[in-house]
Design a protein around this ligand. Structure first.
Ligand code: PLP
Length: 279
C-alpha cells in the first residue's frame, strides 16, 4: 500500500505532494502539527488531537482551514485509503505561501498537509525492560504548549539521544524537569504520580491527559508540579508518555539507576490500564 498524502484538500501519491519554497512553514517554521496513531484501524483520541490543533492555531492567529467535522472526515478517509493494519497520521498547517517577510498578512491562505504511514508499535520487550534516558538543557522558547513545527531544540536533543544511544532526552529548565524531547515525563514519589503542570513550559500531551485520568480513576494520587533534576534521579519510578511510546518505563537516567532498575509497579499498572483503554 502506498503512503497516503493529502495536500490542500486533495489526496495524492506521496511523491507528488509538493509545497512552494515560499511557504512560511519552510521559510520560518510558521506552522503547527499533530501526530495521531490508530488502534485497530481507528484514530486514538482524535477529538483531543483536533482540539489541540485548534488551540495551537488560535495561539498563532493561524486560520484553521477545516472544521472539526471536516478534519475528522479527511483523517478517516486517509486511514481508509492507506489501509495499513496500524497507521500514523501526521497533520500540518502552515501560514501558507507569501514573499519572505517575518510579519504576515492576516488573509494568508494556509497550506494543509496530511500524511498517513504505516505505524510499527514499540517492541513489547522494550516495555518489559524499560529504557535509558539522558537529561539535557531545555533550550526551547517560552510557548512549548503550542505544537509548532519549529522543532530545532527538539531536533538537537534527539540528535544527542542518538549519539548517546539512549531512548529519550529529558529536558531540564533551570534545574526543573519539563518534559521529554518527544514525550511527557512522569515520576512516582512514594506512591504519588507527579508530572509538570500544563502551561507554556510543556506540550500538553494527549497521552499525558489519558494517563492522569487512568491514575485518578484507579485511586492513585496525582500532583502536577515541577520536579527537580535531583528528585528525578531519586524517584521511585520514572516513565514517559506519548502517542507513539504510550506508557514507557525509564530505568536509567544519565547512567544512574532509577528505583531498582526495572519498570516499577505503578508504571506497570498504568501501562496495563493504558493497553486496556486502547483495546
Ligand atoms: N511533549 C513533546 C515535546 C512532544 O513532542 C510530544 C509528542 O510528540 C509529547 C509531549 C506527547 O504528546 P502526545 O501524548 O499528545 O503524543
Amino acid at each position: 500500500m502506498p503512503n497516503v498524502a493529502f495536500i490542500n484538500g486533495a489526496f495524492v501519491p506521496l511523491a507528488d505532494a509538493k509545497v512552494s519554497i515560499e511557504d512560511r512553514g519552510f521559510q520560518f517554521g510558521d506552522g503547527i502539527y499533530e501526530v495521531i496513531r490508530t488502534y485497530h484501524g481507528r484514530p486514538f483520541s482524535l477529538d483531543a488531537h483536533l482540539a489541540r490543533l485548534d488551540r495551537s492555531a488560535r495561539a498563532l492567529n493561524l486560520t484553521q482551514p477545516y472544521s472539526r467535522a471536516d478534519w475528522t472526515q479527511h483523517v478517516l478517509e486517509g486511514i481508509k485509503r492507506a489501509a495499513y493494519p496500524e497507521a500514523k497520521v501526521y497533520l500540518q498547517i502552515t501560514r501558507g505561501v507569501a514573499p519572505r517577510d517575518h510579519a504576515y498578512s492576516d488573509d494568508a491562505t494556509p497550506t494543509v498537509v496530511m500524511t498517513v504511514r504505516e505505524f510499527h508499535p514499540l517492541d513489547r520487550s522494550i516495555q518489559a525492560t524499560g529504557v535509558d534516558a539522558m537529561t539535557t538543557e531545555d533550550i526551547r522558547w517560552g510557548r512549548c504548549d503550542i505544537k509548532s513545527v519549529n522543532l530545532l531544540a527538539n531536533v538537537l536533543a534527539r540528535q544527542q539521544v542518538k549519539q548517546a544511544q539512549v531512548f529519550e532526552a529529558i529536558l531540564v529548565n533551570a534545574g526543573l524537569v519539563t518534559e521529554g524531547a518527544v514525550s511527557n515525563v512522569m515520576v512516582v514519589e512514594r506512591g504519588t504520580v507527579v508530572t509538570a503542570p500544563e502551561g507554556p513550559r510543556i506540550l500538553s500531551g494527549v497521552t499525558r491527559a489519558v494517563v492522569l485520568d487512568l491514575a485518578l480513576s484507579e485511586g492513585l494520587p496525582v500532583q502536577e508540579h515541577f520536579v527537580s533534576q535531583t528528585d528525578l534521579y531519586a524517584a521511585d519510578e520514572v516513565f514517559i508518555t506519548g502517542t507513539t511510546v504510550e506508557v514507557l518505563a525509564v530505568v536509567r537516567i544519565d547512567g544512574k539507576t532509577i528505583g531498582d532498575g526495572r519498570p516499577g509497579p505503578i508504571t506497570q499498572r498504568l501501562a496495563a490500564s493504558f493497553t486496556s483503554r486502547v483495546g
